[in-house]
Design a protein around this ligand. Structure first.
Ligand SMILES: [Zn+2]
Length: 273
């Protein structure tokens, strides 16, 4: 969503949540492009929509309005056979003892955001790109506290000395087990740091083993990032992502999507595959 909005005129560093209220036509256009590509789960433009993230822009009073609007805009596109996935990203800091925020505080932050996404018509909640199992589980518990909707929970993993781990050092099996134990209906991975397409296949194998038959999800980046001046490029082709999608399904991943660098063309190839 971020890169798609930047392509449509958003400035880097600008608060993307604002576009739900002020440029809903553009947000809707991005959703429609993915819907047309064959995506049936439409993720709301609310990754940075927690109070702690909006306060960075002095916009903490917009949580309820802008998250509700994010869900409403996605619902207009999802239609009868699509689903609105209410997106919740990291709160933007470390939990205690590394940071100053308590688990109770971050749960309250997530409850506020998730309540607004539910009010706008979300069909499920996605707690994503989490690098601390403590924060991911707080997000899952927050969702369970305010709604009966299914909760999807995904980590951003990285490869560390041959193992896949979160930034906090937690291995896949332990991290995934914690997500289900907190109440996630579906658990898995999105994004990730410097992971190749082959890495995502290995990671999927570990996730499926940890899930032990429960539903799983993977939303990989379009390959590993390459720095290009001030930018970062992800250069896996739609055909390569289509092959990866087939492999992930064959391994047993229940839901396949895309994260950084996956354009509507990538998702179209993946959906067809
Ligand atoms: Zn990503």
């Amino acid at each position: 969503m971020g890169t798609q909005l930047i392509e449509r005129g958003m400035r880097i560093g600008e608060c993307g949540m604002r576009w739900n209220a002020e440029r809903p036509d553009v947000v809707k256009e991005v959703h429609q492009a993915y819907r047309n590509a064959g995506c049936r789960l439409i993720t709301t433009n609310s990754f940075g929509g927690s109070r702690s993230m909006l306060e960075r822009h002095g916009l903490g009073d917009k949580v309820a309005d802008w998250n509700r609007r994010a869900a409403e805009v996605a619902a207009e596109v999802a239609g009868a056979d699509g689903w609105v996935i209410g997106d919740v990203g990291p709160f933007g800091d470390f939990l205690e003892p590394l940071g100053d925020t308590t688990v109770a505080e971050v749960e309250a932050i997530f409850r506020e955001q998730i309540s607004a996404l539910v009010a706008g018509g979300a069909d499920a909640i996605l707690v994503e790109t989490m690098s601390d199992p403590g924060e991911l589980c707080a997000g899952v518990r927050a969702a369970r506290a305010v709604t009966d909707l299914p909760v999807i929970a995904t980590y951003a993993f990285q490869k560390c000395a041959g193992d896949y781990r979160t930034l906090m050092g937690t291995k896949v099996a332990e991290a995934i087990a914690a997500a289900y134990a907190a109440g996630a209906a579906i658990a898995g991975a999105n994004c990730g740091t410097d992971l190749s397409l082959a890495d995502y296949v290995e990671l999927a194998t570990e996730i499926c083993a940890a899930a032990a038959g429960r539903p799983t999800i993977m939303q990989p980046n379009a390959g590993a990032p390459h720095p290009m001046g001030d930018e970062v490029r992800y250069d896996a082709t739609p055909e390569e992502m289509a092959q990866l999608a087939r492999t992930l399904r064959a391994l047993g991943i229940s839901i396949v999507g895309g994260c950084c660098g996956t354009t509507p063309a990538h998702l179209a190839a993946m959906a067809t595959a």
